[in-house]
Ligand binder design. Structure first.
Ligand code: 2AM
Ligand code: CA
Ligand code: CA
Ligand code: CA
Length: 274
């Protein structure tokens, strides 16, 4: 992407994400109606929908030739990744938004012909913006994050992980392989927002994030950030991420990547059969 164009797009996206976040903060204590989607624990609120609508209106008015891929259905349905695509999760961590009123983020990844160029993850209640322009480093607010250069071994690593993958009945991964992983590492954390968990991997405050069921809007921005600081991000079977489908994701320091997948992650179903 042309450097000048990238700069302009970045500044515009940054202005909109801060504006949307400020609106959510101002209404954090307002009464809200909560609906469920695929199951009783899969929540959505009018704030998720309004926020995605906000981005859809802004993008269509200002960049009519761009496309939007969003969680709540206000975007376009895409058959391929050609062109400039905004991949937006209006609230990542809706359950945290509803129950905790913190620990949720707005996530925006801007891709051109399938290549991630710009990423923004806004931790709304803490007013912390993680941002990246590919090739120009990752920033936490105004401060540039260092490249991953710590080669701590897996046994001294902290991974973010949903406890779902330790339950025998989960359909995606052999739970005992994940138990072995948990026994090996230093500790686990579960923040409940994929976007924030990826930003934390980029920041180096956790060493990796492993999950089985992400959609493109969950990781579009975070994957660019982790790669930019030298980390590795792929499917949990080492395949390339597919931005058009649900996917497993491992994002981590590059020095622990092979060991996690080769020695611990035993998937129940082939990614191609999901
Ligand atoms: P969401 O809050 O935008 O739905 C929770 O562990 C993380 O997984 C969140 O980032 C959440 O995003 C994401 N997620 C993906 N698919 C989900 C689903 N079907 N139900 C709940 N959370 C889901
Ligand atoms: Ca959701
Ligand atoms: Ca999400
Ligand atoms: Ca969401």
């Amino acid at each position: 992407m042309d450097i000048q164009r990238k700069e302009e797009l970045f500044e515009q996206a940054k202005q909109w994400i801060l504006e949307a976040g400020s609106h959510i903060r101002d209404h954090i204590d307002a009464p809200r109606s909560i609906e469920t989607k695929s199951n009783p624990n899969d929540l959505v609120t009018e704030m998720d929908q309004q926020t995605e609508q906000f981005f859809a209106d802004k993008i269509r008015a200002n960049y009519p030739d761009h496309l939007l891929l969003g969680e709540e259905g206000f975007g376009d349905s895409l058959e391929d990744l050609k062109g400039t695509i905004w991949i937006v999760d209006p609230i990542d961590g809706t359950m945290n938004f509803v129950h905790q009123k913190r620990n949720f983020a707005i996530s925006i990844g801007i891709y051109e012909d399938g290549v991630g160029e710009i990423g923004l993850i806004y931790n709304v209640m803490e007013d912390v913006l993680y941002s990246v322009k590919r090739g120009q480093g990752v920033f936490k607010n105004e401060k540039q994050l260092p490249e991953h250069n710590d080669s701590r071994p897996l046994k001294e690593s902290i991974l973010t992980l949903n406890t779902t993958w330790l339950i025998p009945e989960n359909p995606h991964v052999e739970h005992d392989s994940i138990q072995e992983l948990v026994k090996t590492i230093r500790s686990t954390r579960s923040y409940g927002s994929a976007a924030l968990e990826l930003a934390f991997v980029a920041e180096g405050i956790v060493d990796g994030y492993l999950t089985m069921t992400l959609m493109p809007w969950d990781y579009a921005a975070g994957a660019i950030m982790v790669q930019e600081v030298g980390g590795t991000v792929t499917r949990a079977d080492k395949g390339e991420l597919d931005l058009l489908n649900s996917t497993t994701v491992l994002a981590c320091r590059s020095n622990i990547y092979d060991e996690i997948i080769d020695d611990y992650v035993q998937l129940k179903t082939k990614e191609s059969d999901r």
